[in-house]
Design a protein around this ligand. Structure first.
Ligand SMILES: [Zn+2]
Length: 243
């Protein structure tokens, strides 16, 4: 079976003398791991296309129990990120997140679009790291079956007024009476979370928050993500050690 699809290189591992094992986030087939033969050689056509954070069109075929990349056309490489260690580590975290959340052989067009948009905004420094991290985490979770319930408190059925809590384990907002164990948020952060979850991708970045609320949004989204994925991410830990 031959597959041709747009894809972003999430991770590259050298294997053998001259080959690479490449993890791709593809639009059509989710996350796949494929070998690129002789890609380590500088004069190989595959050399440039099989670097991390390279986006392009990849041609992949299945050979017995593995995938092989036999052609690739580069569309964009997020080179600018390499100049800023903080933004680069956040980009690597986004890659690790997609590798965790996207299954093999399922279309991941929306998640790929979110990641590409976030990488672009990271590279051009048009939005803060905290902002892009929160938006990316929450939208990826929403697309991966972890959409939080931000309408009303599931325990009493009311829309919380006054104090609002977010229960990271249950993924829902709660009122003061049933919010024990949740993180206290505020109407601004709740509106931001609703904006990210409810809007199409082209609109999820079009809002801004005061710095304190942006920080709170970042903390809530990160805690929710770590609670739902039940794991840690080295790139996230490294990013946090820098800030
Ligand atoms: Zn309630």
């Amino acid at each position: 079976m031959r597959m041709t699809t747009d894809a972003l290189v999430l991770r590259v591992t050298d294997t053998g003398e001259s080959d690479r094992l490449v993890t791709l986030l593809t639009a059509e087939y989710g996350v796949i791991r494929a070998f690129a033969n002789r890609a380590k050689k500088i004069n190989s056509k595959m050399h440039g296309a099989t670097q991390s954070l390279c986006y392009g069109e990849f041609s992949v075929y299945r050979s017995r129990d593995s995938y092989i990349i036999d052609d690739a056309t580069v569309k964009e490489v997020f080179f600018g990120l390499r100049e800023d260690i903080e933004r680069l580590s956040l980009a690597q975290y986004f890659c690790a997140l997609s590798a965790e959340l996207v299954p093999e052989m399922e279309p991941a067009r929306d998640i790929l679009r979110v990641i590409l948009n976030s990488l672009h905004l990271l590279e051009t420094k048009r939005r803060s790291c905290n902002f892009l991290k929160a938006v990316t985490e929450l939208k990826l979770l929403s697309f991966s079956g972890f959409m939080p319930d931000l309408i009303c408190c599931p325990h009493c059925g009311e829309e919380p007024s006054g104090e609002i809590y977010f229960n990271i384990a249950e993924g829902c907002i709660c009122c003061r009476n049933s919010g024990k164990g949740g993180i206290k948020i505020n109407p601004t952060v709740l509106t931001a979370m609703r904006h990210i979850c409810a809007n199409p991708i082209e609109r999820i970045y079009s809002f801004s928050l005061p710095a304190d609320d942006e920080k709170l949004l970042m903390q809530v989204c990160e805690k929710f993500l770590l609670s739902q994925t039940k794991r840690t991410f080295k790139a996230l830990d490294f990013y946090k050690s820098l800030i």
